[in-house]
Design a protein around this ligand. Structure first.
Ligand code: GLP
Length: 256
């Protein structure tokens, strides 16, 4: 596990976008695994800027999103469909046919889960998966539980997750109780994983991800077993780690 600590959220966002951008330059038809939540928004802004400056091209890129709320229409401004178009897809030259987000409105949700995994398998596999992390160490919407889930599945959201996400809805009651998410197994199949975390409220989850026992009660702890994981943190998210755990990123303009 490689851990990079950035000065602040802005520099974390830039670093994450540079890593995704490099992947796209090296392999223009990359398959990207994308995440929602407030943490990757800065990365998406930087990717849009890089696209506008002609540094990266999305025309051959395929994307798979991690998760979606269950039974929340795509047009709802709190759906992850809405989020992704608003924060990224509407601003870049991606072919919309190459965009995949689990359909939480599917009539046959079990079939939707199987179909989603099949689509990932039928692509060349996810080259790089972006992850945020929940305060309770969930990844995607894989909540702390008694066993790791392999494939895409429907989950009941923890009350703590619903409360944390209530800030985006007008009330807690409006936050869906269920979601559809890629399983830990699907995430684990990605060739490279880039986990972003910012802020003090993520520090404990990050400590447990890096040093904790590997257990489905701390879903992100499974990443200790993956061969190519990069954690990009700001100082606050890294505050419970020791300096020996990580490398510090210097802003290019500050390197003498
Ligand atoms: C949601 C998403 C996760 C995300 C988490 C953290 O629950 N399903 O993918 O990592 O929120 O969100 P934030 O970045 O807003 O703290």
């Amino acid at each position: 596990m490689r851990i990079i600590v950035c000065e602040n959220y802005q520099s974390l966002s830039k670093k994450a976008a540079q890593i995704i951008g490099s992947q796209m330059i090296l392999k223009p038809n990359s398959v990207l695994g994308l995440a929602t939540g407030s943490t990757p928004i800065g990365m998406y802004k930087n990717l849009i800027k890089m696209y506008e400056e002609g540094l990266i091209d999305f025309s051959k890129i395929t994307t798979f999103n991690l998760d979606e709320y269950y039974n929340l229409p795509a047009e709802n401004n709190q759906s992850y469909h809405y989020f992704m178009y608003d924060n990224l897809f509407n601003h870049i030259n991606i072919n919309k046919e190459n965009v995949h987000i689990p359909n939480g409105m599917a009539q046959d949700i079990d079939n939707e889960c199987l179909h989603y995994d099949k689509m990932i398998d039928n692509s060349s596999g996810i080259d790089i998966q972006v992850l945020g992390i929940g305060n309770n160490a969930h990844i995607g919407f894989n909540e702390p539980t008694i066993n790791f889930n392999k494939g895409t599945h429907v989950v009941t959201l923890d009350e703590s997750t619903r409360k944390a996400n209530a800030r985006f809805f007008s009330s807690l009651e409006e936050v869906p109780t269920k979601a559809i998410t890629m399983g830990t197994g699907s995430i684990f199949k990605s060739k490279k994983i880039l986990l972003l975390a910012s802020g003090k409220n993520k520090a404990e989850a990050i400590y447990n991800t890096v040093h904790g026992k590997v257990t489905p009660e701390v879903p992100s702890s499974i990443l200790q077993f993956h061969q190519d994981v990069i954690l990009i943190l700001d100082k606050e998210a890294a505050s419970l780690l020791s300096k020996d755990d990580y490398e510090v990123v210097q802003e290019v303009s500050k390197v003498k």
